[in-house]
Design a protein around this ligand. Structure first.
Ligand code: ACO
Length: 311
C-alpha cells in the first residue's frame, strides 16, 4: 500500500515546492539536512577565527571597522543557520557539543591560517567567492527555513567578497612588496578554496540523494567549475596568477580547464590533520566553556519572567 505521507512529501519535492518544519518528512531527509545545515553553521562560527585574529592588528581604523563588521556578520550567519537547524528538532547546545567533540564537521577551509593582512583580502575574495557560488543555488533548496536563511546570507556574502577584492586591489596599487604579499596569499588559498566544494562527484557519497531531494541543486564539480570560470577573469583584473599550470581557457567547452586539487591533503584536513584543526576546536571549546555563566544567567533571567515595574 502507498504511504500517503511519503506520497505527499514526494509530490512537494516534484513540484519544486518547499518542505516546512511541521510537514512530514522522511527521517533520512531530516538527518541529511541536520548534517548539512549544522556543518554550514559551524563553518560560519569557526570561520570567525582566522580573520578575527587580525581585528586587533588591522593597518588602519577604516580596515579595522570593515573587518569587525564582517566578522560580526559571520556570527549572524551562524545564528540564522543554527535557528534553521533547530526547526528540524535538534537543540543548539547539542549541535555545539557535537562540534566540540569532533562529531560534526565544519568547512575544511577554516583549518588554514591567516598569516598576513593580504589573507584577509584573499579570504573575502576567494573563500567568500566560493561560498557564494555554493550558496546562491541553495536559496532554492527544498527546506524552507534553510533556503530563506540563505537569501540574506548570500546578500551579505557578496558584500564580503567585494570587500576582499577591494582590499587586494588597493594592495596591488601599492608597493612591489605589497603585490608580492597578495600573490603569496593567493598561492596558499587557491587550492584550499577549490576544495571547499567537496570531493569529486564520483567520490561524493551524498550528492545523488541530496539532489534527488532538492537539498543540493548542483553537484560539487559543477560548482567548482562555475567558481573557476567566475574567478579567473577577476584574477586577471587584479593582476595575480592562480598557482595552476594547467589553467587555460577551453574554447570548445566555453570554460576553463584546471588542474586537480591535492585530494590527499583534503582528506588529511577532514581527518583533523590540517594546519590549524586542533587550534580551531580548542579555541571554540574554550569560548563555549567560558561562556557558560552567560548562558546560565540568561536562562535564569528568562525563567524569572517579566516583573512589575518598581518605583
Ligand atoms: N569541508 C569539510 N567537509 C567536507 C567538505 C569540506 N569542504 N566537503 C565535503 N565534506 C564532507 C561532507 O560533509 C561529507 O561528510 P559527512 O557525510 O560526514 O557529512 C563528506 O565530506 C563527503 O562529501 P559529499 O558527499 O560531497 O557531502 P555533501 O553532499 O554534504 O556536500 C558540501 C558537501 C558541498 C560542502 C555541502 O554540504 C554544502 O553545500 N554545504 C553547504 C555549504 C557550506 O557548508 N559552506 C560552508 C563553508 S562556506 C562559509 O561558511 C563561508
Amino acid at each position: 500500500a502507498e504511504d500517503p505521507l511519503l506520497t505527499s512529501f514526494e509530490d512537494t519535492i516534484r513540484r519544486n515546492d518547499r518542505i516546512e518544519p511541521r510537514d512530514w518528512m522522511p527521517d533520512a531527509y531530516r538527518r541529511t539536512l541536520v548534517r548539512q545545515v549544522a556543518q554550514h553553521a559551524h563553518s560560519e562560527i569557526i570561520g570567525m577565527q582566522p580573520e578575527g585574529h587580525w581585528i586587533g592588528r588591522a593597518p588602519s581604523l577604516r580596515r579595522k571597522a570593515i573587518l569587525l563588521a564582517k566578522v560580526q556578520d559571520e556570527a549572524g550567519h551562524g545564528l540564522y543557520l543554527y535557528s534553521a537547524c533547530e526547526t528540524l528538532g535538534v537543540a543548539r547546545a547539542d549541535l555545539m557539543r557535537k562540534l566540540i567533540d569532533g562529531r560534526q564537521k565544519y568547512s575544511s577551509i577554516f583549518n588554514y591560517p591567516a598569516l598576513t593582512y593580504a589573507d584577509v583580502g584573499t579570504i573575502g575574495w576567494l573563500v567568500d567567492g566560493a561560498a557564494i557560488c555554493n550558496q546562491v543555488p541553495l536559496c532554492r533548496t527544498s527546506y524552507g527555513p534553510y533556503g530563506r536563511a540563505m537569501i540574506r546570507i548570500c546578500k551579505e556574502e557578496s558584500f564580503h567578497q567585494r570587500q576582499g577584492y577591494e582590499l587586494l586591489a588597493t594592495m596591488m596599487r601599492g608597493t612591489d612588496e605589497q603585490r608580492a604579499m597578495v600573490q603569496e596569499s593567493v598561492d596558499r588559498f587557491w587550492w584550499p578554496s577549490l576544495m571547499m566544494f567537496g570531493p569529486p562527484d564520483a567520490e561524493s557519497p551524498n550528492t545523488a540523494q541530496s539532489m534527488a531531494w532538492n537539498i543540493k541543486r548542483n553537484t560539487n564539480d559543477d560548482l567548482r567549475q562555475r567558481f573557476v570560470d567566475m574567478t579567473v577573469p577577476q584574477a586577471e583584473a587584479l593582476g595575480v596568477t592562480p598557482p595552476d599550470p594547467d589553467l587555460r581557457w577551453n574554447e570548445e567547452r566555453g570554460s576553463y580547464d584546471f588542474g586537480e586539487p591535492d585530494w590527499a591533503e583534503f582528506k588529511a584536513v577532514l581527518r583533523g590533520d590540517g594546519p590549524r584543526n586542533a587550534q580551531r576546536l580548542a579555541h571554540r571549546r574554550r569560548a563555549w566553556e567560558e561562556g557558560a555563566w552567560v548562558r546560565d544567567a540568561a536562562m535564569a533571567f528568562a525563567r524569572r519572567g517579566p516583573r512589575p515595574e518598581e518605583d
